[in-house]
Write a protein that binds this ligand. Structure first.
Ligand SMILES: *Cc1c(COP(=O)(O)O)cnc(C)c1O
Length: 381
């Protein structure tokens, strides 16, 4: 069977070959398999060395200190730890949290869970182009606001938010700022020495590393305290206890090292592929872009084909692996909460698809995709 062309890199990416090769060395008896917390023998020391080397590669990618990197099981857990960890510190007081309507469900549902326990919640609604303006954030700040959590790049639209401005507003108001950077890491250079972000989540599997590993950056200067959500052996400064999965961590470290090296060149390639894709599709179809086309990453393209149902599009484009919006919601074709909150009509939203490009897409594949789309979609009308 000929597999469809993979155009769903925003939902997950394959592990890069060099990541895969590195990971294999950290599993077997003949490799390095020790528990990094074992301080009494070489098996543990070797494992700890590997973890710390990877921690450095990850910290380097965001210009952080290695002590600011806490390993988790992925971005979902990092988001939960950041938001609940801050909220739980302030249990006695009536506190207020600000987030956005276009956040990933791992942030949104965490906020809703806290709201059901009595925490005040405001969700910022973006402009029609998907962007949240700094003055919108300023207007929502209250005396009891303790945390603002906003994503850097949206996973459905690729829209980039100005986290530097948001961070400055929060810092000058003494409010903590958390960023879900899962879709921006490796696509946009992030220098946390310059950007006043206090907590930042991301994972490995969106940047050609393995699934099941992520980090939470927790700033040391000024120091951030948060309440652990699990209790156990004291690993990761007790912020997140549990035996460290060395092979996963080594995979994430290598993925970060690679993407830091490749980012510039890779972005140029993806930009070129996106242009070919858009120009090609527009030759035979009327499309509507969902979200600002200036402030976005080239990797994610969210478009509507007016009058054609997404389900029909996805089932007809048999040679392409694409989706509608986020992987978590595309199974049951609910209306996208992201497009809805941007004011996209219910109808146009039900005509939308997300095409996301990545490292292993070739120009040939994109030209094939354009032909396939142009052969099929005009006949669906
Ligand atoms: C994929 C994704 C997540 C969830 O990451 P996991 O590691 O799969 O839990 C969170 N936020 C954004 C923006 C994502 O794209």
């Amino acid at each position: 069977m000929k597999l469809p062309i993979y155009l769903d890199y925003a939902s997950t990416t394959p592990v890069d070959t060099s990541v895969y090769k590195k990971m294999l060395c950290y599993l077997k008896y003949s490799g390095i398999f020790g528990n990094p917390a074992s301080k009494s023998h070489i098996y543990g020391w070797q494992a700890e060395n590997a973890v710390e080397k990877s921690r450095r590669s990850i910290a380097n990618l965001i210009c952080a200190d290695t002590r600011e990197i806490i390993f988790t099981s992925g971005a979902t857990e990092s988001n939960n730890l950041a938001i609940k960890g801050i909220a739980c510190l302030n249990k006695e007081k009536k506190i207020h949290i600000i987030s956005g309507k276009t956040e990933h469900y791992s942030v949104l549902d965490t906020c809703y869970a806290l709201q059901s326990k009595g925490i005040e919640l405001s969700l910022l609604k973006p402009q029609k182009n998907g962007i949240i303006l700094p003055q919108q954030l300023k207007k929502e700040l209250r005396k009891n606001t303790v945390l603002v959590s906003l994503m850097h790049v949206n996973n459905e639209t690729g829209i980039i938010q100005d986290i530097e401005l948001f961070g400055k507003i929060c810092r000058s108001s003494g409010i903590l700022f958390h960023v879900d950077a899962t879709q921006s890491i490796g696509k946009i250079a992030i220098d946390l020495r310059k950007i006043p972000v206090d907590l930042m989540s991301f994972n490995a599997h969106k940047i050609y590393g393995p699934k099941g590993i992520g980090v939470l950056f927790i700033r040391r200067r000024p120091p951030i305290y948060l309440k652990a959500q699990m209790h156990g052996g004291g690993q990761e400064n007790s912020f997140r206890p549990g035996t460290l999965p060395v092979h996963q961590i080594v995979g994430m470290g290598e993925a970060c090292r690679l993407i830091q090296k490749k980012m510039h060149e890779e972005n140029k390639k993806i930009e070129k592929l996106r242009k070919i894709l858009i120009n090609g599709i527009q030759e035979k179809n009327k499309i509507i872009f969902n979200g600002d086309q200036e402030n976005n990453v080239p990797h994610i393209l969210n478009i509507s084909f007016p009058g054609i149902d997404s389900r029909l599009i996805l089932s007809s484009l048999k040679d392409l692996a694409i989706s509608t919006g986020s992987a978590c919601t595309s199974g049951d074709f609910h209306e996208s909460h992201v497009l809805q909150s941007m004011g996209v009509s219910r109808l146009l939203s039900s005509n939308s698809i997300r095409i996301s490009l990545g490292r292993f897409n070739s120009e040939e594949e994109i030209r094939f995709a354009v032909n396939h789309i142009n052969n099929i979609i005009p006949n669906l009308n």
